[in-house]
Design a protein. Structure first.
Length: 246
């Protein structure tokens, strides 16, 4: 089962899932005992931008682009060895870069830390795009919602015939972090996925040499998800550091 495919309904309603949601609510409130730095070193804007790109943006993009080579962050590329520590070292090196950038003010530091934590959660998660903890990513790139776990349950083929009441009931049950508002959202996703597969077929992306799973096959959706998340990271940096843009 690929990480972007959901776990069963029995898990969603289980005690362990409820406990996880409680833990996530506490985490979302943030650390109540944060110690703030009293200042930061002075550096030119150009140097600051260069440092952020070289030491934060680029390493995070490279981590995202390991999604396919690591078989969805499961194996060290080209092997069957577990990549938990392999990926953790790459993430920790970015945290190290962040904390060594003493020229960042408190706001800049917090914004960068939030971005790193979001990528970290995606790497560590078992539900693909649903593991992205910052909802602002979905606001900046709504295409990410096309890869939500709700679309990988058996009833998705029937959703285009559902009424408004059907969608409202599913949303009120809160079984998923996201659920479409109506048939139009489902049709829009279908159009996106049709383009995705045609785009892949025309460019002969039908076989991925990095896929070392037991059931290696064409997986255009995972490849496109990787690209969409990488593009969203670009949008996030432009958005949260708008003062550095032209």
């Amino acid at each position: 089962m690929k990480p972007h495919k959901p776990m069963g309904k029995e898990f969603i309603l289980s005690k362990s899932a409820k406990e996880f949601r409680r833990i996530r609510r506490i985490d979302n409130k943030g650390n109540p005992c944060v110690v703030k730095a009293k200042g930061s070193w002075k550096i030119s804007i150009d140097n600051k931008i260069s440092n952020i790109i070289d030491r934060i943006v680029t390493p995070l993009e490279k981590i995202i682009y390991l999604y396919i080579p690591t078989n969805y962050y499961n194996y060290i590329p080209g092997t069957k060895k577990d990549c938990w520590n392999y990926m953790e070292k790459k993430i920790q090196s970015v945290y190290c870069n962040l904390n060594s950038m003493v020229f960042l003010n408190a706001s800049e530091y917090d914004r960068l830390k939030r971005i790193i934590e979001t990528v970290h959660a995606f790497v560590r998660g078992y539900s693909g795009v649903d593991s992205i903890i910052d909802k602002h990513w979905f606001e900046l790139n709504p295409n990410l919602n096309f890869f939500r776990s709700c679309y990988y349950f058996g009833f998705v083929s029937e959703m285009k015939q559902w009424t408004e009441d059907d969608f409202e009931i599913m949303q009120s049950m809160k079984l998923f972090d996201y659920f479409p508002d109506g048939p139009d959202d489902v049709i829009k996703r279908d159009d996106y996925m049709e383009y995705l597969h045609c785009h892949s077929r025309v460019r002969n992306f039908k076989w991925d040499k990095f896929d070392n799973s037991d059931c290696s096959h064409e997986d255009s959706e995972s490849i496109m998800l990787m690209h969409e998340i990488a593009y969203t990271l670009r949008l996030v940096f432009i958005d949260v550091f708008h003062e550095l843009c032209d």
